[in-house]
Write a protein that binds this ligand. Structure first.
Ligand SMILES: [Zn+2]
Length: 87
């Protein structure tokens, strides 16, 4: 196993993990969106994205609309980032 991955911190549980196991988001105005590599971003781990309590905490913390944010979490846990790590 290579150990050259940069380490990033999940903002929800504060655990430090290899960047490729975390999902990157950013603020776009007041909205949280998937990061495209530009602007200020933050990371969430798969575990937190699937943890309802943590997700609800984030919704409060960032003042997001619940339905929107839940859908974003679901979308991001099932997209390429996750799939890539499983190959
Ligand atoms: Zn986490």
């Amino acid at each position: 196993m290579k150990n050259s991955q940069p380490i990033r911190m999940c903002i929800a549980c504060r655990s430090k993990q290899p960047q490729n196991t975390l999902v990157r988001f950013k603020h776009e105005g007041k909205l949280i969106v998937a990061s495209n590599g530009f602007g200020r971003s933050f990371y969430l781990c798969q575990h937190c994205m699937e943890n309802e309590k943590k997700v609800k905490g984030l919704i409060k913390r960032f003042g997001q609309e619940k339905a929107y944010f839940m859908a974003l979490m679901t979308e991001m846990t099932t997209t390429s980032t996750y799939a890539m790590n499983r190959i």
